[in-house]
Design a protein around this ligand. Structure first.
Ligand code: DAH
Length: 349
């Protein structure tokens, strides 16, 4: 009978070596340890033994049981380990490159802003920033724009309710707050903080009370530029803008300055450009930006002597540049987050 037990242990060892699934394992358990299993049946044989024979058989039975249970335990662990591995899915190679079509991209307006900034950086301009909520004084008064100027009109400007307070703005008595209508206020904030000579470029978001149509938006982006030094002339202004626009639109570009009016520059100009590589707009004069020599009144306001210091300023719409560069005829495309539109620019710079 003890030989039978050894045979059962050997049988258990052999079967469990071939078991690879939970179902096979359960089947093996029934065959050996189940109510009709070989070991259970062998154990019943104790009844036919004499009193003297029983202890030795009992001991052999316990040992056999231990061994068999040990085989089942090892086999169970290996089945569980295999199931864990299977739950991780297919093997992946983390060193493979990702699929390019899943990569995101920067917004076309971000691309243009970065490009504009990098062109000016090359000639020593640094980026200046200010808040989008601005005081009426910085947005208009300080820029020589009187109370009755149409730019201040409630129809053109988004005013905050009286006495609104904003964490980042020091409120003077009765001062009105607006969403800045242009980035020109950054000129004043910079001139109060820094001494010339200075060259800054100030990209940012602006707001006007405009109904949205193909060419207007109540929210848009500008880049302001300011250059203050000694003996700065219109020639410097023209040279810097020619360099900038050629970098942006190509070497074949021509520019012209047209007399214009801005309250904070004197003289003031509109810049037009003409280039052969602009699709439908090729070889036509296109208005691109406003500019001028900083008005002496503005210099005096920030405690600079206009006899000693002079400078030029300019303001440019980011959307306008992007529309000309890419032949886009509806400004609303920029704000609709339509992947079909945006994905065309993901690699544009
Ligand atoms: N602030 C003007 C606007 O929003 C643009 C502008 C014109 C800015 C002439 C300037 C400038 O600095 O010199 O229309």
């Amino acid at each position: 009978m003890e030989n039978d037990l050894q045979a059962i242990v050997a049988q258990a060892e052999t079967i469990l070596k071939t078991v690879s699934s939970r179902a096979d394992w359960e089947q093996a358990k029934a065959t050996i340890l189940g109510p009709n299993g070989s070991l259970t049946q062998a154990a019943k044989g104790i009844g036919q033994l004499t009193k003297e024979e029983r202890p030795a058989f009992g001991q052999a039975l316990n040992q056999a049981k231990k061994k068999v249970e040990g085989f089942f335990k090892t086999s169970n662990e290996s089945i569980e380990a295999q199931a864990d591995l299977a739950s991780l899915g297919e093997k992946a190679d983390p060193s493979l490159p990702s699929v390019p079509s899943h990569l995101g991209g920067t917004h076309p307006l971000t691309n243009v802003r970065r490009r504009v900034v990098s062109i000016f950086r090359k000639i020593g301009f640094t980026v200046a920033e200010a808040t989008e909520v601005e005081t009426e004084w910085f947005c208009f008064d300080a820029l020589n724009t009187p109370d009755d100027h149409p730019a201040r009109d409630e129809q053109d400007t988004l005013f905050f309710p009286p006495n609104s307070t904003w964490a980042n703005i020091t409120q003077k008595a009765k001062e009105a707050h607006v969403l800045r209508t242009h980035t020109s206020s950054v000129q004043i904030r910079t001139l109060f903080k820094e001494k010339p000579p200075l060259r800054i470029i100030a990209p940012g978001r602006c707001f006007r009370r405009d109904t949205v149509d193909a060419t207007h938006s109540a929210n848009f982006h500008q880049t302001e530029g300011l250059y203050v030094d000694k003996n700065v002339t219109v020639k410097d202004l023209k040279a810097v803008l020619d360099y900038f626009l050629k970098e942006l639109f190509g070497d074949k570009l021509e520019t012209r300055l047209r007399p214009s009016f801005f309250p904070f520059t004197e003289p003031s100009f509109e810049v037009d450009l003409k280039a052969p590589n602009l699709g439908k707009l090729s070889n036509k004069w296109i208005e691109i930006m406003g500019c001028g020599m900083v008005d002496p009144e503005v210099l005096k306001l920030v405690n600079l002597d206009p006899e000693e210091w002079s400078g030029f300023a300019f303001g440019l719409g980011i959307e306008r540049v992007a529309m000309i560069l890419h032949g886009i005829d509806d400004i609303r495309h920029f704000y609709q987050n339509d992947q079909r539109f945006l994905s065309q620019f993901s690699n544009a710079t």
